[in-house]
Design a protein around this ligand. Structure first.
Ligand SMILES: [Zn+2]
Length: 270
């Protein structure tokens, strides 16, 4: 898509009124493919906001079916959807709301083989949203984003503790290298509880998911500046904290991949 239709100008007028977004930003949103892995509490809201913003190429990956206990926070699903594949229900709901959208689905667990195959379909590198609820999937998604040099927007929440970060492994933006998910949580980190064990409030999930969508859209529009910053949210006292991420020189995932900033990396290792 190279230009906006007259209806697009109306539909996305409030976004385009933002001075740093404008028509160019809206076109970038409409031309940028995204991959959303995990269509639970986070993925529902991320997918909905991205589709509503005008993203037109979405790949949804999730192998779960809708359960009754999902309904308090997974807002695309209804009681009548219980037992059906989440990706299919989400695709149907979003396609009804935004008819111009093109959604592909994979109703299987994420694997390297699947991902490597799927990522070849995109002519432009997709932005990857990690909306999963377990550490092993997060480690794999991180490895795949490093390997394919993609931008990763990662969100997580358990009980009252949420977090998110965005790392641009393509290094298309000028910022120092901040490591990866594995630098933050090495592969031998004990498994943390997910919301299935620890519980969670629906709106708190929505806050982290909304931040993921916001960060992803800003990245697509080239207005994002907080790469490699870990944001933590405490949903009990509504407190945000942040810290700069840094590379672990011993990281099993990201130390071995070449990045654009060769000089900086060779200085690091000398
Ligand atoms: Zn790393």
């Amino acid at each position: 898509m190279n230009s906006l239709s007259s209806l697009d100008y109306i539909q996305y007028s409030r976004t385009m009124l933002l001075g740093d977004i404008g028509e160019a930003g809206q076109l970038a949103i409409m031309n940028s493919p995204v991959v959303i892995i995990g269509v639970g509490g986070l993925g529902n809201v991320v997918a909905h906001y991205l589709a509503a913003a005008g993203v037109q190429q979405i790949l949804l990956i999730d192998h779960d079916v809708v359960e009754l206990s999902n309904l308090p926070r997974q807002l695309l699903f209804r009681a009548s959807d219980i037992g059906q594949a989440k990706v299919n229900i989400a695709k149907s709901a979003l396609s009804d709301a935004y008819p111009q959208i093109n959604i592909d689905v994979l109703a299987q667990p994420i694997t390297s083989a699947h991902f490597n195959q799927l990522v070849k379909r995109f002519t432009v590198k997709p932005v990857v949203f990690d909306c999963t609820d377990n550490v092993s999937a997060r480690q794999l998604i991180n490895q795949l984003c490093v390997q394919h040099q993609l931008t990763l927007v990662s969100g997580a929440i358990s009980a009252y503790q949420g977090q998110l970060f965005c790392i641009d492994f393509s290094h298309s933006h000028s910022h120092s290298y901040s490591g990866c998910y594995c630098c933050l949580y090495p592969l031998d980190t004990p498994i943390m509880q997910n919301c299935t064990q620890a519980g969670v409030f629906g709106p708190a999930v929505g806050i982290i998911a909304s931040m993921q969508a916001l960060v992803g859209l800003q990245h697509i529009c080239n207005t994002f500046t907080k790469y490699g910053v870990l944001h933590r949210f405490n949903a009990q006292d509504l407190r945000w904290q942040y810290a700069n991420m840094s590379q672990d020189p011993q990281c099993e995932v990201c130390h071995q991949y070449p990045f654009t900033d060769h000089q900086e990396r060779s200085n690091d290792t000398n």
